[in-house]
Design a protein around this ligand. Structure first.
Ligand SMILES: [Zn+2]
Length: 134
């Protein structure tokens, strides 16, 4: 988006996230891909560029999320807000089952599906990250 995030705010967001994607938990720093500073509530929906509305996101999560703030839960057929790392605790909405990310709540299910967290190449990324960690 047009509003640039100031460098000190970028540093704060990276440090706070411990250099992991705040959606799929992929660690930054593998390969040459720089993670994005993402607006939890997008600027399209008047989300401000402040620490309380920013998150670190891998390029895939950021791209699939886009400017969306909600999705349709297939189980409830109702709109559900997307996971917001500034408002929600990851462990309450997701669990990791080996390298699969399982949504535990409507918020978790909708976010995992919309952000395509379990596409085969994404599962492989998490597998590779885990092996690099060891
Ligand atoms: Zn991610």
């Amino acid at each position: 988006m047009s509003d640039a995030v100031p460098a000190d705010l970028k540093r704060l967001v990276r440090r706070r996230a411990r250099r992991r994607c705040e959606y799929c938990l992929l660690p930054e720093g593998l390969g040459f891909i720089t993670f994005h500073i993402e607006h939890c509530i997008s600027q399209k929906h008047d989300g401000p560029t402040v620490a309380e509305n920013l998150a670190l996101a891998c390029p895939a999560c950021n791209a699939f999320k886009g400017t969306d703030v909600a999705g349709l839960d297939p189980q409830e057929q109702a709109p559900v807000p997307l996971f917001n790392p500034r408002l929600h605790a990851w462990e309450e909405h997701f669990r990791q089952d080996d390298f699969l990310i399982v949504g535990l709540t409507a918020v978790g299910r909708v976010t995992a599906r919309l952000l395509r967290m379990n596409d085969p190449d994404r599962i492989l990324d998490r597998f590779d990250a885990d092996r690099n960690d060891a």
